[in-house]
Design a binder for this molecule. Structure first.
Ligand code: GLN
Ligand code: ZN
Length: 753
C-alpha cells in the first residue's frame, strides 16, 4: 500500500517527569535552594534530549516538541501569551515568577488548579482580567523546537489551541472567549515564527472540541481555524482532539483550511465519523488507535482493521495514540509485574510508542513485515482472554444473587429515628473527614516498614500508638463523632487496592498528577474480591479506646475506579459492582465489630462525569448504584456518611441526593455555602456537613469565623440536619494548626447550639 502521508507514525504527547522522576526531584531541589536555575535547566535539557532521541529511534517520523514543562502545559501557554496574573508581575526572575503562579509564595496566592477533562491530571486555571494584556513570548517553544531540529529529529511543535485555552480560563467577566480577538493575532504571529524556525507541521490541541459546544462556539471553531489557516507563511496545521468524539465540531473544522485532524478512535470517534465528513478528504487524519491513557496492550488486529477501513475512505493516514502519553507511566522496563503473563498484557509509554511504529509499518509495508511481533501480541492477548484470575465465580454468583433490595434502605426519616436512639448526638454534631496529619514520623515509619527495617508487628504497634493519640486528642477537644485518623493508609485508594484480589500495585508506574506531584495508580486487571476484613482491626481498636462513636472510613467504588487503571475487557459498571460488593462486605464486618457510623468517601464522584451531557445519565446510573450497593448492606440503625470534594457540584447535585447517605460532608468553605442552596433546590433532605473551614491552607480559622459560617448554613439547613466539620481530610496539615482549628470549631458549634 502506498500513501502520500507526510509522516506515518506519531504520538500526541509524552510524559515529562522523567523515567525515574528526575525532573520532579530537580524541581523540588530548586525550590529548596539546593540547586540553582542552571542546574535545573540542565536536567530539563538532558531529559528532553533523551526523550527526543528515544522517540525518533523508536520509529516515529514526527515527534511532538514543546510538551515538556516545569509544571503544567496550560501554565506554559499562559506564560507564552503574557497571561500570568498581575500579582506575580513584580517577580523579576521568569522561573520564579512561573513557579509563584503555580504554587504561590508567602505573599502571593497561586492560580487555582482543577482536573484536566476527565483525567487525573490537574492543570492551572489561567485568570483573565482587566489587567491581562496578552503579549507573545515564544522563547520556550522556539527553543525546544530548535533543540529538536539540531538533533535531526523530525519535530512537530505542540500548542494549546485558543479555544481550549480560553474555555479553560477564568475570566473576570465570566466569558473568556470575548478575548479571542486579542489572542488570535498572537497565534498567527506564533505560526509565522514556527515556520521561520523550520517547523513543517504544528499540532494545535483542542480537546475542548469533544465537549458540548453551543452554536456560537461552533461558529468560533470555524472562525479561529479559518483565520489561522489564512496565515500565508506557516507550518501545516494539525488540530488534535482527544478524550472523546468531536461530533458536530468535526465537519466545521474540516471545512476550514487546516491540513489535518487528530482523532481519538479509542474513546468514541468512529470510522463512520470520518467517512461521513467529506470535507476531510485530502486532509491528514491522525488516527489515535493506541490508547494513550490506559495501560493495556493494544489489540493490534483490531487497530489494523480500523486503520484499513480508514485508509480505504481517506487519502492520508497517520498512526498515533488516542491522546498524549502524559497519563501513563514511562515504560514497563522499570516494572517487575507480579508475573510475566500479567506483564505481557500491559503497554506503558515506551511500549505504546512501539505499537504505533509497528502498526504504521504493518499498514504501509504489509503485515508480513511484522508478523512475528503481531504473533507475540496476539499470544499475549489470548492468555489474557482465558486467564483464570480474571474471573472469580464466587463474586459473580454473589452479585447476581443480589436482588433490587440490595440497594435499598428504609426511608431516611425512619433511619434517622433509629440512628438517633442509638447515637444520642447533640444538635450540630462535630466531626472530621477522616485523616489526621500524616506527620514526618508516620511517613518515616512507613518507609522503614516498606524497606523491611520495621517488622509488620512493630509497624502496627507504631500506627496503633498514632490512633490512640488521635482518639485522645479528639476526646480532649470534645468532638462528638471520632475517627481513627487513617495513619496506616499510604493513599485512600492504594490502601484498599493492595488488599483486594484483582488489583496489583506497580513498583514504578508513576504518573504526573500536577506539578511535581506524581501518583502510582493501581492496576485493576481482574474480578475484584475481598480476601478478608481490611479496616476492622484499626477501627475496632480505635472504638475500644472511647465510648463516643468512632466513624469507620472506607473509600467508595467510584473513587477506587477513578484513581486506578481499570480493565478494559468488560463494562466499567460491572467492575464497579464488584468493587462495591467488597466495600459492602467491609461495612457489614465493621457493623458486626460494633461500629455505628461508616463513611464511604466519594471525592471522585464529580470528576468521572462524562464530557458530554448525553453520556451523563448512564454514568450516574452505575455510580449511584455502586455507591448504594456498597452502603445498603448494613442495618438502618447504622449511619452512613459520605464525603465529596473538589467543588463544582452543580452537575451532580441530584446524584448526591440519590446516594441516599444519611450524612454528606462536602467541600464548601470556599464556595460560601452555595452548595447548600443547590442541595435545597434539588430537594435534598438528609444530613449535611458543609465544610466550615478550608483545610487547603495552614491558616487557623477563628471561632468567630466558624460561628458566622454555621449561622449562614443555618439559613439554608434546619439545625437537625446540620453537621459541623472541616471541608476535607487533615492529612496534609500540621498537628499544631489542626488542634487549634478543631478547638475553635468545637467552640463555635457549642456557641451556636
Ligand atoms: N477520608 C479521606 C481523608 O480524610 C478523604 C480524602 C478526600 O476527600 N480526598 O483524608
Ligand atoms: Zn475531601
Amino acid at each position: 500500500m502506498t500513501t502520500t502521508s507526510p509522516f506515518t507514525a506519531t504520538v500526541l504527547g509524552i510524559p515529562r517527569i522523567g523515567p525515574r522522576r528526575e525532573l520532579k526531584k530537580a524541581i523540588e531541589s530548586y525550590w529548596a535552594g539546593r540547586i540553582d536555575a542552571e542546574a535545573l535547566h540542565t536536567v530539563g535539557r538532558e531529559l528532553r534530549v533523551a526523550h527526543l532521541t528515544t522517540l525518533a529511534a523508536s520509529g516515529l517520523d514526527s515527534v511532538p516538541v514543546g510538551t515538556f514543562s516545569y509544571y503544567d502545559q496550560i501554565l506554559d501557554a499562559a506564560a507564552m501569551f503574557g497571561a500570568l496574573p498581575a500579582r506575580v508581575a513584580d517577580i523579576a526572575d521568569p522561573l520564579d515568577r512561573y513557579f509563584a503562579a503555580a504554587r504561590g509564595t508567602d505573599t502571593v496566592e497561586p492560580l487555582e488548579m482543577t482536573k484536566w477533562f476527565d483525567t487525573n491530571y490537574h492543570y492551572l486555571v489561567p485568570e483573565l482580567g482587566p489587567d491581562t494584556a496578552f503579549a507573545l513570548d515564544a522563547r520556550k517553544l522556539l527553543g525546544e523546537l530548535r533543540e529538536a531540529i539540531d538533533l535531526g529529529v523530525p519535530a512537530r511543535p505542540v500548542l494549546i489551541g485558543p479555544l481550549t485555552f480560553l474555555k479553560l480560563a477564568k475570566d473576570s467577566e465570566g466569558n473568556a472567549l470575548r478575548r479571542l480577538a486579542e489572542l488570535l493575532p498572537l497565534y498567527q504571529e506564533l505560526l509565522r515564527l514556527l515556520a521561520e524556525a523550520g517547523a513543517q507541521w504544528v499540532q494545535i490541541d483542542e480537546p475542548v472540541l469533544v465537549t458540548d459546544l453551543d452554536e456560537v462556539e461552533l461558529a468560533l471553531v470555524e472562525h479561529v481555524y479559518s483565520e489561522l489557516s489564512a496565515v500565508t507563511e506557516r507550518p501545516a496545521i494539525l488540530v488534535a482532539t482527544y478524550f472523546g468524539r468531536p461530533g458536530p465540531a468535526l465537519p466545521v473544522l474540516a471545512a476550514t483550511g487546516i491540513e489535518g485532524v487528530a482523532l481519538d478512535f479509542v474513546y468514541g470517534t468512529t470510522v463512520e465519523d470520518v467517512v461521513g465528513t467529506p470535507a476531510l478528504s485530502g486532509k491528514l487524519v491522525v488516527a489515535g488507535v493506541v490508547d494513550g491513557r490506559n495501560v493495556w496492550r493494544t489489540d493490534l488486529d483490531h487497530a489494523l482493521a480500523t486503520l484499513a477501513t480508514l485508509l480505504a475512505g481517506t487519502a492520508t493516514l497517520v498512526v498515533s495514540t488516542s491522546s498524549s502519553l502524559l497519563h501513563v507511566p514511562y515504560s514497563l522496563d522499570a516494572e517487575a509485574a507480579p508475573d510475566p503473563t500479567l506483564r505481557s498484557w500491559l503497554a506503558f509509554g515506551a511500549e505504546k510508542v512501539a505499537e504505533v511504529a509497528l502498526l504504521a509499518t504493518a499498514l504501509h509495508d504489509g503485515t508480513a513485515a511484522v508478523s512475528d511481533e503481531l504473533a507475540t501480541a496476539r499470544a499475549a492477548l489470548a492468555t489474557r482472554a482465558i486467564d483464570s484470575r480474571l474471573r472469580n465465580d464466587t463474586v459473580r454468583a454473589r452479585l447476581s444473587a443480589l436482588g433490587p433490595d440490595a440497594i435499598r434502605r428504609a426511608p431516611a426519616a425512619d433511619r434517622r429515628v433509629l440512628q438517633q436512639q442509638r447515637l444520642h448526638l447533640p444538635l450540630l454534631p462535630t466531626t472530621t473527614i477522616g485523616s489526621y496529619p500524616q506527620t514526618p514520623a508516620i511517613r518515616k515509619d512507613r518507609a522503614a516498614f516498606v524497606k523491611g527495617e520495621l517488622t509488620a508487628e512493630q509497624y502496627r504497634d507504631r500506627m496503633r500508638a498514632e490512633v490512640a493519640d488521635v482518639i485522645a486528642l479528639q476526646e480532649k477537644l470534645g468532638l462528638d463523632v471520632l475517627v481513627h485518623g487513617e495513619p496506616e493508609r499510604n493513599d485512600m485508594v492504594q490502601y484498599f487496592a493492595e488488599q483486594l484480589d484483582g488489583f496489583f500495585a506497580t513498583a514504578n508506574g508513576w504518573v504526573q498528577s500536577y506539578g511535581t506531584r506524581c501518583v502510582r495508580p493501581p492496576i485493576l486487571y481482574g474480578d475484584v474480591a475481598r480476601r478478608q476484613p481490611m479496616t476492622v482491626e484499626w477501627i475496632g481498636y480505635a472504638q475500644s479506646l472511647t465510648d463516643k462513636p468512632v466513624k469507620g472510613m472506607l473509600t467508595g467504588p467510584v473513587t477506587i475506579l477513578a484513581w486506578s487503571f481499570v480493565r478494559d475487557d468488560q463494562p466499567i459498571a460491572d467492575t464497579a459492582r464488584q468493587v462495591a460488593l467488597a466495600i459492602r462486605e467491609e461495612t457489614v464486618d465493621l457493623q458486626a465489630a460494633g461500629i455505628r457510623i461508616i463513611q464511604v468517601d466519594e471525592p471522585a464522584l464529580r470528576e468521572l462525569l462524562p464530557l458530554r451531557a448525553e453520556a451523563e445519565a448512564a454514568y450516574l446510573d452505575w455510580a449511584i448504584e455502586s455507591f448504594r450497593l456498597s452502603t445498603s448492606g448494613v442495618s438502618d440503625a447504622t449511619q452512613i456518611h459520605t464525603h465529596l470534594c473538589y467543588s463544582e457540584f452543580g452537575a451532580v447535585i441530584d446524584a448526591i441526593a440519590a446516594l441516599d447517605a444519611d450524612v454528606t460532608s462536602i467541600e464548601a468553605a470556599r464556595s460560601h455555602m452555595e452548595v447548600l442552596d443547590d442541595l435545597n433546590a434539588a430537594g435534598f433532605s438528609l444530613g449535611v456537613g458543609p465544610g466550615v473551614y478550608d483545610i487547603h491552607s495552614p491558616r487557623v480559622p477563628s471561632t468567630g469565623e466558624i460561628t458566622a459560617s454555621l449561622r449562614e448554613a443555618l439559613q439554608a439547613v434546619a439545625a437537625e440536619r446540620l453537621w459541623v466539620n472541616p471541608d476535607c481530610g487533615l492529612k496534609t496539615r500540621g498537628p499544631a494548626e489542626v488542634e487549634e482549628s478543631l478547638r475553635n470549631m468545637v467552640e463555635a458549634a457549642r456557641a451556636v447550639r
